[in-house]
Design a protein around this ligand. Structure first.
Ligand SMILES: [Zn+2]
Length: 83
């Protein structure tokens, strides 16, 4: 018996997020790729590296970028080090 199949017969157990914009961001130091959803209060996406905690903000919309995939070179010494 596989209870995780769910009543809909698909593997998508997520609530419908149709139309909700997102960006793909890869963090170099963590080596992971995360999906970032837009901040509902602003035309910006706020992504945070799970490894070093570096947060990066992406502006979108008019005057912003149309790109959807980014790579962040975080965890490098050119950023201010945490104490
Ligand atoms: Zn990082």
């Amino acid at each position: 018996m596989f209870r995780h199949m769910g009543p809909f017969g698909t593997n998508s157990g997520r609530p419908a997020a149709v139309g909700r914009p997102w960006l793909g961001v890869r963090f170099d130091c963590a080596g992971v790729y995360v999906r970032v959803y837009r901040n509902p209060n602003a035309n910006a996406y706020l992504a945070q590296c799970p490894a070093c905690g570096q947060s990066v903000r992406f502006r979108v919309g008019p005057g912003g970028t149309a790109e959807r995939f980014f790579t962040v070179s975080c965890g490098q010494s050119r950023y201010t080090r945490r104490r």
